[in-house]
Ligand binder design. Sequence first.
Ligand SMILES: NC(=O)c1ccc[n+]([C@@H]2O[C@H](COP(=O)([O-])OP(=O)(O)OC[C@H]3O[C@@H](n4cnc5c(N)ncnc54)[C@H](O)[C@@H]3O)[C@@H](O)[C@H]2O)c1
Length: 271
Amino acid sequence: MSNLMAYTPGAMLTGRRAVVTGGAQGIGAAIARSFAAHGADVLVADIEPLGELDFDPTAGGSVTGLEWDVSASPCPPELVDHRPDVLVNNVGHYLRPPHTFATNEPSLWDELHEINFAHVLRLTQALLPGMTERGGGSIVNLTTVEAHRAIPGHSVYSAYKAALTQFTSSLAAEVGPSGIRVNAIAPDLVETVQVPYASLVPEEDRELWPTWSPLGGPGRPEDVAGVALFLASDLSRFVTGGTIHVDGGTHSSGGWVPRRSGGWTNRPRNP
Ligand SMILES: NC(=O)c1ccc[n+]([C@@H]2O[C@H](COP(=O)([O-])OP(=O)(O)OC[C@H]3O[C@@H](n4cnc5c(N)ncnc54)[C@H](O)[C@@H]3O)[C@@H](O)[C@H]2O)c1
């Protein structure tokens, strides 16, 4: 059991009910654990069976799993019947190693649309009427730093994540009067199954982390969970339509890197 704040039992979501897609592993699992530690009854919808998710039950929360491929429509009735106050649309993926747009097979565009955007529209639309009836809710969409800057070799992925960012803003304006808030989290450099930096970064390169992000790295799924907890809870009750970057500072620092000799450059000679 970690002693991180995200998992320290509290009362931030007592009596709330949440749906988290892709919560069996990675960022989604950390969010589910955090919400449950703060008293929420969490239903995790994942293509994989839900294993043991370790969380402190003191605040009375729970986590249950529903095996569901988000690409499959329609949305299972269990998700609507759960009556969630909080929806975390977490599933997303770049799907292939980088290759140029000119060599993309068009079928990939449909797959990227499905896994990064279409399921968010479907599930959000299925759960909105219940949230409206119950007087409010919080929706959190997982985007990426690459919705805000380039990622060569993944242009279509980044385009759908940018679409999700804009959907977040416009929907927030639309449903705000019903008491529903909609926000996005844009991660980068977070150690998960999808981006396993522990194996991607060779031992001899690890000293370079401080040059890759102002806060070093890699980040951990718990770092995202803390922000999701904030956005799900009343702490953020006047926050909607925006994106919180959980990336160690890569978005804000752009191409600037510290020089070994001191100072910074945006023209590194040995990238
Ligand atoms: N890790 C990062 O640094 C990072 C960076 C940018 C964006 N993101 C975004 O954060 C979100 C979570 O990323 P992650 O790194 O934790 O991912 P991950 O691949 O490690 O975990 C994704 C989870 O989703 C589940 N899943 C995959 N396909 C599914 C489907 N079709 N139906 C239901 N469940 C499915 C998986 O079983 C897994 O539990 C994604 O939207 C991703 O694009 C992450």
